[in-house]
Write a protein of this length. Structure first.
Length: 376
């Protein structure tokens, strides 16, 4: 694994791999995707419109850079609701034999539609494309809801809800699933033979923080055991020392960082990496302890998902004002609310370029891993 990590590029995604058009594929002797997989069709439900539109725009930009006149089909807002709240899917044109990539944003913090409603709309849309002749259906869920419910809490009678929704996806007729930075890697096993591509955030964080490479006054901190693997690989790539926090919850609304294990001698900058910010209690407790007990003078936080919850907004602002939080880097896997985008120390990385390239490589039956690893 470490050999692969050492190959991770520090360049932007644009230089990582060739973006294929039909003309270029013919030149390189690749199979015609229209014959192998069907005509490319990108679709989205209403909640997934923002990131789908950005991805389609980026896809078209990359085609133009490849001097291609190729056009792609984009179908949007295929869901609507009856007066009683039932979801209804209607595809406005024939999709027989198409290679479909279906976008959905399961959580929109400022919308009235719930995660459950968005998930059901996604499943219904998958079934619609399946029943009406699509050749391949790839779901793109940048934020995979229910991924935190991958196992029951100890001594509690809880279901493995993540497996339930994996079963739903297979029953609906999904052929493949693309997810950005899921909470737990073992989710892949819940989908059986269905291919699941978990897009790892490591490459993004390496690119964002490469300026700190090799610095002896910088340490990377994992907020808990779940983030330790990401932090370990990140530290190896950028040659930085790492630490891990131990936490517990005396009650559901409180997080206590009991200790932080690592060598903080002569360390003044801390980089904290995690998969998501929900209410923000973990990040708040960790940053506060790093500043007060470890003498950290500057804190950078990187998270793959920000749920944009009001409690987190208040805590993040307090960290910036009083506890040396310099910057928080996240992505648009979830549409960010204006309250968060309006803060000057929060930076949003757009996933559209990466998703466009992932779609391109799947459509041309090529490896996705080349997007993230240096072939040399």
């Amino acid at each position: 694994m470490l050999k692969l990590i050492k190959k991770l590029m520090l360049k932007e995604l644009n230089s990582k791999s060739t973006f294929y058009s039909q003309e270029l594929a013919r030149e390189k002797g690749l199979p015609d995707p229209s014959s192998a997989r069907g005509r490319l069709l990108i679709a989205c439900l209403s909640s997934g419109l923002e990131i789908a539109q950005r991805t389609v725009n980026r896809y078209m930009e990359l085609l133009k850079k490849a001097f291609s006149s190729e056009e792609i089909v984009f179908i949007k807002d295929i869901d609507r609701r009856f007066a009683d709240g039932e979801v209804s899917i209607r595809i406005p044109q024939p999709v027989n034999g198409c290679d479909v990539f279906l976008f959905q944003s399961l959580f929109k913090p400022y919308a009235s539609v719930s995660i459950d409603e968005n998930y059901l709309a996604f499943l219904a849309a998958v079934r619609a494309f399946r029943e009406h002749g699509a050749r391949h259906i790839t779901g793109i869920l940048p934020y995979l809801a229910y991924s935190r419910q991958d196992k029951p809490t100890a001594f509690q009678r809880e279901p493995v809800t993540a497996r339930l929704f994996a079963d739903f996806s297979q029953a609906a007729g999904l052929d493949r699933l693309i997810v950005w930075a899921p909470h737990c890697g073992q989710l892949r096993g819940f989908y059986g033979k269905l291919p699941v591509d978990f897009l790892d955030p490591l490459h993004l964080f390496v690119a964002e923080y490469k300026e700190f490479s090799g610095r002896q006054d910088v340490i990377v901190v994992a907020p808990d055991v779940g983030a330790s693997k990401l932090v370990t690989y990140f530290g190896r790539v950028l040659r930085l020392n790492t630490a891990i926090a131990s936490k517990y919850r005396p009650n559901p609304e409180e997080v206590v960082i009991s200790e932080i294990i690592g060598d903080f001698r002569q360390k003044r900058v801390a980089i904290i990496l995690d998969d998501m910010i929900s209410k923000g209690e973990t990040i708040f407790s960790l940053v506060k302890k790093l500043v007060e007990e470890k003498g950290i003078k500057e804190v950078c936080v990187g998270v793959a998902h920000n749920l944009c919850l009001k409690p987190a907004l208040n805590l993040i602002f307090e960290l910036h004002e009083y506890y040396n939080l310099k910057e928080l880097v996240t992505t648009n896997s979830i549409s960010q609310s204006e309250e968060f985008t309006g803060l000057p120390f929060i930076r949003i990385c757009c996933l559209s370029d990466m998703l466009a390239r992932v779609i391109n490589r799947i459509h041309f039956s090529l490896s996705i891993s080349e997007l993230f690893l240096n072939s040399g």
